[in-house]
Write a protein that binds this ligand. Structure first.
Ligand SMILES: [Zn+2]
Ligand SMILES: [Zn+2]
Length: 263
């Protein structure tokens, strides 16, 4: 049976405040796990709480390289030993460019261990090579999103669960058809819910969508459910809970750290 876990649901920067504990303060990371393969979508600070498997292929798939999507990578204890089964990949660029991006973030004087030494134990994989590692039973698809510097959306299909990740993305009307096609029949869609419609007016071009756009998208797309995630770091639990009226009868919900979605 496939499990989908939210390990981090916060955008931009982790936040540790009592007012944010219910939904969680760690940045973006989620896990799609079957008995054959484990796939992580991004490795923000939430990645620190994930258990990396030793006995099946593990793919860490990056949407892009903004801090909130990579800052947890080298803080997961499981990555420092026995990592022959762990593969880092992205559809955004080649594996050489992926290594270079991570090396820039963790290299030189910015991290206590040299990235060269760490990467000796981690494998890098071209996106086109993923299927050969994970086999035919799981399918991984990609779609370019609208975000400064580029960002990859992903869809993962197994026999019993289909999840599509659309974080980070600045939604615009012209995307509607392509996104609806990409998510068609997904059990779960992850939506970039960084802003409210009112806040977006000041943040055009920053690369994020709104809560209200997510609710409307869930009403037109043929999907099982939509998780509003990548919560703004200043958004408190109280504020999120007060907005539940946005979709009282719909299929939207707030993504919550350490929660599990099953079909
Ligand atoms: Zn982000
Ligand atoms: Zn970003």
């Amino acid at each position: 049976m496939t499990h989908f876990t939210f390990w981090g649901v916060r955008g931009s920067i982790p936040i540790a405040k009592a007012s944010h504990l219910h939904f969680g303060g760690n940045t973006i990371c989620s896990e799609f796990s079957t008995d054959k393969v484990q796939i992580f979508l991004d490795a923000g600070s939430g990645f620190i709480n994930a258990n990396v498997s030793r006995d099946k292929p593990v793919i860490i798939l990056f949407s892009h390289f903004h801090h909130d999507h990579i800052q947890g990578l080298l803080f997961n204890k499981d990555l420092f030993s026995g990592t022959e089964n762990v593969f880092l990949s992205t559809s955004l660029c080649s594996k050489t460019d992926l290594l270079e991006a991570l090396d820039r973030y963790y290299g030189g004087r910015l991290f206590p261990e040299t990235f060269d030494k760490i990467t000796q134990a981690i494998n890098f994989l071209e996106f086109s090579e993923i299927q050969s590692v994970i086999g035919d039973e799981i399918e991984v698809l990609s779609l370019a999103l609208h975000h400064p510097g580029g960002c990859s959306g992903y869809r993962i299909n197994s026999s019993d669960l289909s999840v599509t990740n659309l974080v980070d993305n600045e939604y615009f009307g012209g995307q509607k058809r392509a996104l609806c096609d990409f998510v068609e029949d997904s059990d779960l869609v992850l939506w970039d819910a960084m802003y409210t419609e009112k806040e977006l007016k000041e943040k055009i071009g920053w690369g994020h969508s709104t809560i209200e756009q997510g609710v409307r998208f869930s009403e037109v797309a043929n999907i099982g459910g939509l998780a509003l995630t990548h919560h703004c770091p200043t958004r408190t639990d109280e504020q999120l809970l007060a907005m539940e009226r946005l979709n009282e009868q719909g299929n939207c919900f707030w993504a919550k750290e350490c929660s599990i979605f099953n079909n």
